[in-house]
Design a protein around this ligand. Structure first.
Ligand code: GSH
Length: 99
């Protein structure tokens, strides 16, 4: 099971395997590119939501997190909906789950 720290000095959050994964990103973002590269390298099936191409994606990200910084990986299941920011945490999670 993967855990990550949502913010400094917080309890680790448990990330459960998701039925669907979504990456909020945009093309010119270096940190997003790092994550997209990991997704390609690991051959993961993921839905991309480009927040500059579709403002509704930016809006849903903002509503969930209170900010629209990308990249953010979202894991959706019937009984869970987690949102993971920070490129390095995302890559670490993907490698631990799919590497
Ligand atoms: N530490 C973050 C940095 C993310 C970051 O700075 N993203 C930029 C784009 S490359 C961004 O979304 N800036 C606009 C904002 O924060 O609203 C990470 O590694 O994911």
């Amino acid at each position: 099971m993967f855990f990550w720290n949502k913010a400094k000095n917080t309890e680790p959050v448990e990330v459960t395997p998701a039925e669907r994964m979504i990456l909020y990103h945009y093309n010119g973002c270096f940190y997003c590119k790092m994550v997209r590269r990991a997704v390609d390298r690991l051959g993961i099936e993921i839905e991309y939501r480009n927040i500059l191409e579709d403002p509704s994606y930016r809006q849903e990200l903002y509503e969930a997190r209170g900010r629209s910084t990308v990249p953010v990986l979202r894991g959706l299941s019937k009984d869970n909906d987690w949102w993971m920011p920070e490129s390095r945490d995302i890559v670490r999670y993907l490698e631990s789950e799919f590497g």
